[in-house]
Design a binder for this molecule. Sequence first.
Ligand code: S3P
Length: 180
Amino acid sequence: MSHTKAKLSGVSPILVGLMGSGKSSIGRRLSKRLMLPLIDLDDYIMDKAGCSIPQIFEQDGEAVFRQMETDALREVVGRPAVIATGGGAVLSETNRRILKEHPPVIWLKASPEFLADRIDGDSNRPLIAAGDTLNRLRELAEIRYPLYEECADFVLPRGDMKKPEALRSIMDFLTDWTIR
Ligand code: S3P
């Protein structure tokens, strides 16, 4: 079955997952395929704040960033778009409720081991700025996996799966999901 836009019209998927799991890059491909804009929540927050995520963390602290994240999520959900959230978007109960009210939510599930090499030393990610990336990711995964699980309508296992295959798998899910 081909994946036409008509068949999937009205679908606005939201991507969740740990940093480095490919939410932005897979989101970009998915948005092209669905002919929808991509809203990257971190970019949206940066545009609004007029500064970078590390600057927000440094100047205002994580709690302020999380409030901005909730405000941004509220503003963009429901738009015809693919939304790529930041890795910590599931931490707030309010955000989880918003996500569950706006399916489909797709979890790009990747292990800390898979992610560590990809994001090690990335100065744009304050939560791993202190180094020890693998252990930090393990801590984050322990807290967040159940939260991603709670919100997800579909779990995409990353790992060896290349991006075209990941995209195909998401499109198959979306096709099934829309004709349920
Ligand atoms: C964060 C992930 C980042 C960004 C911020 C906090 C997190 O987004 O929102 O640095 O808590 O995991 P990415 O997942 O796009 O890196």
